[in-house]
Design a protein around this ligand. Structure first.
Ligand code: HPA
Ligand code: ZN
Length: 338
């Protein structure tokens, strides 16, 4: 059984991808040049060398700096289209894309510029590549509640283009409860809600995200494993975890991939999915995440299929689309030959 070929070819969904985290150094330099912005690194190689992170904050500092060269609708289009082109290569049929409007509006870029660029790429990728997607607007948790409310307000003219809201950035010291009211208001506007929780924060952050934000899915969620009651509650509520193996490795959430908890999650009955988080910074897109975690844990073909199917099953795709995707996976598994 050629597991590598199997992983490369199987139809996949991605549920946890920050579009700003898919910004490859080559494109970053190209866009910086056309916008006449100076990057403090002299070359792509020098920039890549700086990608050594001891924790989430190390990464975020460089991630926000990189996103700082994005200025025009075309820039956001190019960034998003580059990700969709990679999806096509990797047989990713469905992608839920997070974007951080505040990273840009804080620099004086209009909300409209950001969303219109991303939206045009979504439409083109659907038409030309057959890839479906939806958008998750993430609030930056290191900023204030008032800031998040302002972002919610700015999003309302584009509500038809945005499916969900999320919560990302520096977790420790910025618990979900800080955003309870803005999540409640977002839900009232019709947005589904998700949140990063339990990546660096302890299990109490996951409890808060569940109880106070009433999230429909947990981004990361690794530290849930430290609390058996919490595990039972997550299973009871049927909440999936969007797990990001290479991100966990690079941000030192896990010591090495052989000690990654994804198999334990499955064994305990948690609905884990595999995702890339910030592929330009963490050493690989979705397929690479699958390949490396398979190798490290010697995941079986059945475990891979479970993880892939969880990705579609726990996506926010409409039911008919979801069923069609799951059938495609079944067909693929049945007919796979080496
Ligand atoms: N965690 C929190 N915030 C983020 C991440 C992450 O992994 N990636 C981009 N913003
Ligand atoms: Zn993330």
């Amino acid at each position: 059984m050629d597991i590598e070929k199997f992983i490369r070819k199987i139809p996949k969904a991605e549920l946890h991808l920050h579009i700003e985290g898919s910004f490859q150094p080559e494109l970053m330099f190209e866009i910086a040049q056309r916008n006449r912005i100076n990057i403090k690194y002299k070359s792509v190689e020098e920039l890549r060398k700086a990608y050594q992170f001891n924790c989430l904050q190390d990464f975020l500092d460089i991630y926000y700096t990189g996103a700082g060269v994005l200025q025009t609708e075309q820039d956001f289009y190019d960034l998003t289209m580059a990700y969709f082109c990679e999806c096509e290569k990797e047989n990713i049929l469905f992608a839920e894309i997070m974007f951080d409007p505040q990273t840009h509006t804080k620099r004086g870029i209009a909300f409209a510029t950001v969303i219109q660029g991303i939206q045009q790429a979504r439409e083109d990728s659907k038409e030309k590549l057959g890839i479906d997607s939806l958008l998750i607007m993430s609030y930056l948790r290191h900023l204030s509640e008032a800031d998040a409310f302002e972002t919610l307000e700015q999003s309302l003219p584009y509500k038809h283009l945005i499916h969900s809201v999320g919560l990302d950035s520096s977790e420790k010291g910025n618990p979900p409860s800080k955003f309870r009211r803005v999540f409640e208001a977002s839900a009232k506007e019709g947005y589904k809600v998700v949140a990063h929780a339990g990546e660096e924060g302890d299990a109490s952050y996951v409890w808060e995200a569940i109880n106070e934000l009433e999230i429909a899915r947990i981004d990361h969620g690794n530290n849930s494993l430290k609390d058996e009651k919490l595990i039972a509650e997550i299973i009871k509520r049927d909440l999936a975890l969007t797990v990001c193996p290479l991100s966990n490795l690079e941000l030192q959430v896990v010591k090495d991939l052989t000690s990654h908890p994804i198999r334990t999650m499955l064994q305990k009955g948690l609905k884990a999915t595999v995702n890339s988080d910030d592929p330009a910074y963490f050493g690989g897109y979705l397929t690479e995440n699958f390949l490396q975690i398979q190798k490290a844990l010697e995941l079986t073909k059945d475990e891979i299929v479970t993880l892939v199917k969880n990705g579609f099953q726990y996506s926010f795709a409409e039911d008919t689309l979801k069923r069609a995707y799951l059938e495609k996976v079944d067909d693929f598994v049945e007919n796979f030959t080496e």
